[in-house]
Design a protein around this ligand. Sequence first.
Ligand SMILES: *Cc1c(COP(=O)(O)O)cnc(C)c1O
Length: 392
Amino acid sequence: MPDAAPLSPATIVVSAGRPARTQAGPVNPPIVLSSTYVSQGAVPDGELFYARADTETWHPFEETLGALEGSAHPAVLFGSGMAAIAAALSLLPPGGRVVVPRHAYNVTVAHAHDLATRTGAQVTVVDVADTEAVVAAVRGDGPDGDGSPAAMLWVESPTNPMLEVADVPALVEAAHAVGALVAVDNTFATPLGQQPLALGADVVVHSVTKYLAGHSDVVLGAALSDDPALHAALRRYRTLHGAIAGPTEAWLALRGVRTLALRVERSQANAAELARRLAEHPGVAQVRHPSLPDDPGHARAAAQMRGFGSILGVRPHGGVDAADALVAAVRLWVPATSLGGVESSLERRRRFPLETASVPEDLLRLSVGVEDVEDLWRDLDQALRAATGVTG
Ligand SMILES: *Cc1c(COP(=O)(O)O)cnc(C)c1O
């Protein structure tokens, strides 16, 4: 093939990470189950010798995700999203300050606070949608700042579960102006919705468990950086801490990512349609989805994302009891945590003690899947009516 235009992401998910084309060779990479490799003497850089350090079954997924994020390097696969996030947070220098969104994934926020207790790191919590406040916190002239700049800015956009949208380019610019690293959790947007490295971020992390793998059958994570030193540091952290992926899980993630573009296209269309209908439902007090024209994150998401994602925040009339009743009344939607699978699921987030107190008690997080939208709507509508007592 002549050197043509760069491939579209919808093609990359299908074509990247394939074995070399050889007559009678397989079209899919094998799963190699081996903890060690034949090896003696000096080990040249990149040669396999022990499967905690590197193993070939990771590579096709790592290359595919690297290409999707437009990264100069392959992704670094980890045994969970949190393992990847721990690796990214380890880039914070000793005693350094990290600025974290108050509604970032709750375990990320807990991990940052844990670092503060154990290592003397400092944590400043911000509303990531409030650009002025984030910029002030990064510079160190926020309400509790002492004038010294942060060493790292953590960004999640849209946030889990509040769906706030950050002005990523503006935040990256402010952070880089004071020499702070920027890490972006791109789990909700997926690389098809947003490429943080292209927006200037230094590190990107994913819970591969969610959309990338897409079938609620594996727990995996990944971290990426364009910077050779940061990329090497992420790999070194993985080898030293050992939170690695099993070969079978890595293979399943590659299998899942092949349909990412189709799944994201369908689930986003479903989510936008359900958001529109929910906003008019008499049993609903509030809906959040960046696709809604009056959503506070709409303009920003439209400017910096492709699509609006497929997570909805819904508060039914009737408070916590109605929210719990709704979860109990659905038949097709699965009551479960996690998100990004082919199946639609929902949960009340504050049932977890770790969930941030500023997340409303009655907020339901809906992960919209790829089922027929009319079936999803009928089930939600009947559950909303049963839970809130509205008729008509
Ligand atoms: C689930 C999730 C994580 C954690 O990933 P695991 O694979 O569960 O360790 C991190 N960030 C976001 C936004 C998530 O939704």
